[in-house]
Design a protein around this ligand. Structure first.
Ligand code: ZN
Length: 647
């Protein structure tokens, strides 16, 4: 106990603790993970062995505890074959955070010593991180499909792990799969030229052959960045430059490649602001429609939602965002999920800098900040303006950190950094960020460390008016980070394009079911302006000012119910449901069954639930099998269907 307290104190002196892991990561940390996975995609399970190289960092240990979530654990043993005892318990009554795997070691190990051990286990269809899809759920309908999604704390459903962003490890993997179930497999790692020793080689049978792929991730990464995708997929280069690639099902690959032809240029725009990309190649996977989020920045293998492919390039800001994570999130990582803005706020900041370099439309950046601010405010209202989930430092003790997920770390984080930049000056702030990346490369840090670095950097650089700048930086820092609700300083993102969008809404409201004279202005709006207009319609609906005859006229003019750009379509459906329109429920049901991206599905379910709870539940039941487990969980929360299960 005393030993634990000392090590806790040593760690606490530097960084915040992670309250969402059951692992004893303050005493022992994994340095390397090897996975051997045998995929049974049709039968929806994976036979697995994970091997670890732990290093003792506390004074001594005789036990290792790891996070798991609905994994079947068969055995734990040392590399010399000696079997180890293990138990599983439930530190919290519900299983939202999963279980704790306690491995009793054969003896006491002391600071600096390594412990190499293996765990045999399996993953089945109850997994929260792996989505096992049938071939009918894919686009080409020839093979089943599988993909993982681990952020926030879902990699514990992939393997027994220290499921905390504060621990980084390298990893290797051997993936064994049937040639009839997957054309190819990719992981968030390079393909290894070296073949690893395989523990279990299954026999080929009539009708299929087992294939082997080997992966290596040489850069230490947090567990939540481990990722896999398998199915009828193919990898192709996207553009000149030789470092950007695309993975998708073959039927869509040409259209996607065409739309992503500027990927190399996006990368160059980011590099122009922040410095060179250091991870080697960059591959974007366009996932099936049930992928629950816009994108996931798995290193060397970003996953993206097909809704970003609109045919017009309007959804590609997600691509720039995920690329920007290569610097913020993947190179420097938050130490726990309370500090998620250390990943997301910085990434949005870099994304918007790069977008400005690439597109050179400053109004678009401002409008995106306004749209982001609106989404953030809606999330805050959902949590309550005085809830700490509405702050940049949510307390997720005893909870699944996914429950606190919102736009707040993205947009409040972005606004905070923009505010700091306004104090420091653009050039000095850019140079500071470059130095910050060098200082904390491959480390995990908290917001206090960022503050320490920022002040130290400015002091050491001898910037003008250091004392005044220091005062201004510290003046509101704690309010920005810890106070719930809107930021302590309101930034001005106004532009004439914003006024145009608001005037456009008003022209429809005033026309009261007739066609306004300038209705065609919409066609030449920026994509962000169209979103502002639809957000404004939603606001009008909330204030009972959007009448059904106005909805009819807008739809007649702009064909929004038939819109293929889901970024616009979901906002339209949310607005009309909030206005009480029940005439398009069939199209709304079709929409909810064709897209699984939370950002688009949750607001529509929320609006539908308020309008007609029973119908919302009925639609959810119809499409339940289509959704990823993360989305399913969140929709159940929205509809009040969440059950508590121990198993
Ligand atoms: Zn992000």
């Amino acid at each position: 106990m005393i030993v634990l307290m000392i090590s806790l104190m040593q760690y606490a002196l530097t960084y915040e603790l992670d309250v969402n892991t059951f692992s004893n990561y303050l005493d022992v940390q994994n340095r390397h993970l090897h996975l051997e996975w045998l995929l049974n995609m049709d039968k929806k399970y994976i036979n697995a062995t994970s091997t670890y190289k732990f290093q003792v960092i506390g004074r001594s240990i005789n036990k290792i505890t790891l996070d798991i979530y609905k994994l079947n654990i068969y055995s734990t043993y040392l590399q010399n074959g000696l079997s180890l005892q293990h138990t599983i318990d439930y530190p919290y009554a519900d299983s939202d955070q999963g279980q704790r795997l306690n491995i009793q070691l054969d003896k006491t190990y002391y600071k600096g010593q390594y412990i190499e051990l293996s765990i045999k286990y399996s993953i089945d269809s109850r997994s929260r991180s792996i989505s096992f899809m049938t071939k009918e759920q894919t686009s080409t309908k020839t093979m089943p499909y599988l993909f993982s999604q681990c952020e926030d704390a879902n990699c514990r459903a992939l393997a027994p792990l220290q499921d905390t962003p504060s621990v980084k490890q390298t990893y290797t993997a051997t993936v064994i799969f049937k040639d009839t179930e997957a054309a190819d497999v990719f992981m968030s790692a390079d393909e290894s030229k070296e073949e690893f020793q395989v523990l279990y080689r299954p026999q080929d049978q009539a009708g299929f052959t087992w294939k082997y792929k080997y992966f290596i991730q040489k850069v230490p990464i947090p567990s939540y960045l481990i990722a896999i995708v398998a199915g009828n997929i193919k990898k192709v280069p996207t553009s000149t430059g030789g470092r950007t690639f695309l993975v998708s099902e073959p039927d869509k690959i040409q259209a996607y490649t065409d739309e992503l032809r500027e990927m190399e240029k996006f990368m160059q725009a980011i590099e122009q602001y922040i410095g060179p990309y250091t991870w080697g190649t960059y591959t974007l996977v366009i996932q099936p429609p049930s992928f629950p989020i816009g994108g996931m920045e798995n290193p060397l293998l970003t996953f993206a939602n097909p809704t970003i492919m609109t045919g017009t390039g309007s959804g590609l800001d997600v691509t720039i965002h995920e690329m920007a994570h290569s610097w913020f999130g993947n190179t420097i990582t938050c130490v726990n999920w309370a500090n998620m803005w250390i990943n997301e706020g910085f990434t949005v900041f870099l994304e918007r800098k790069a977008s400005l370099f690439h597109y050179n439309i400053s109004d678009d950046i401002k409008l995106n900040a306004i749209i982001g601010n609106t989404s953030m405010y809606q999330d805050m209202l959902g949590f309550g303006l005085d809830s700490n989930f509405s702050s940049l430092h949510p307390d997720t003790t005893g909870l699944n950190p996914d429950d606190s997920f919102s736009k707040i770390p993205y947009e409040k984080g972005y606004q905070f950094l923009t505010y700091l930049e306004s104090i420091v000056g653009e050039v000095d702030f850019q140079q500071m960020l470059r130095a910050y990346l060098v200082q904390y490369k491959y480390q995990s840090i908290d917001q206090q460390e960022f503050q320490n670095f920022l002040l130290r950097y400015l002091y050491e650089q001898g910037v003008d008016d250091y004392s005044t700048k220091r005062y201004k930086i510290l003046e509101n820092w704690n309010k920005w980070v810890y106070s719930p609700g809107l930021p302590p300083v309101i930034l001005d993102f106004s532009t004439v394009k914003l006024t145009e969008a608001y005037d456009y809404t008003q022209s429809y409201i005033n026309a009261d079911g007739k066609q306004p004279t300038k209705w065609e202005d919409y066609i030449n709006f920026l994509h962000s302006q169209k979103q502002v207009f639809l957000e404004d319609l939603f606001k009008q609906a909330q204030n009972n000012l959007l009448k059904l005859n106005v909805i009819e006229q807008i739809d007649k003019d702009l064909k929004l119910t038939e819109e293929n750009d889901f970024e616009l379509k979901f906002r339209w459906f949310r607005a009309i449901l909030t206005a009480g329109d029940k005439t398009r429920l069939k199209q709304i049901s079709d929409f909810l069954g064709s897209v699984g991206r939370g950002k688009m599905v949750y607001p529509v379910y929320r609006a539908l639930n308020l309008l007609d709870h029973d119908f919302a539940v009925q639609i959810f039941k119809t499409h339940e099998a289509f959704y990823h487990p993360i989305a399913k969980n969140n929709i159940k929360n929205i509809l009040g269907l969440k059950e508590i299960s121990i198993q």
